[in-house]
Design a protein around this ligand. Structure first.
Ligand code: CU
Length: 140
């Protein structure tokens, strides 16, 4: 019984430690060169991401440009991707809970260094993902 309580306490402690890494993006080193980085354009529309699969190079600085071409708000929600990615200090504030809001007709630029993996992408606005606003990010 005491052993089980101890395990529970350890599990709680570990999950508490995990919270800051998912809520706070990792900051890219200040000397990361984004000036010559490739720009990857992603369009958010009703109700799709274009391209639906975003391909990035592991460890390569990139500028991800998210553009909302519609008259309604959308977001780019990829918590696992953002938890594994380094973000330029100047862009970190636009990421909240692993997602980035893109205002109607607006555009957001994210300077980041992705880590290898395959990550889910969706728009979490009510009813959007079920209408097709899902995608993936593949980093090789
Ligand atoms: Cu949406």
């Amino acid at each position: 019984m005491t052993f089980r309580l101890a395990l529970t306490a350890i599990a709680l402690a570990l999950s508490a430690c995990a919270i800051p890494t998912t809520l706070t993006p990792q900051i890219a080193p200040a000397d990361t060169s984004f000036a010559s980085a490739q720009r990857i354009e992603v369009t958010l529309s009703n109700f799709a991401f274009d391209p639906q699969t975003i391909s990035l190079r592991a460890g390569q600085p990139v500028v991800l440009v998210l553009t909302n071409t519609t008259g309604r708000a959308h977001n780019f929600a990829a918590p696992d991707f953002f938890a594994a990615t380094q973000i330029a200090q100047s862009d970190a504030a636009v990421i909240a809970d692993g997602q980035v809001e893109v205002a109607p007709g607006g555009s957001v630029e994210l300077r980041l260094v992705p880590r290898a993996g395959a990550y889910d992408l969706e728009c979490t606005h009510v009813g959007h993902s079920i209408r097709g606003m899902i995608g993936s990010i593949v980093v090789r």
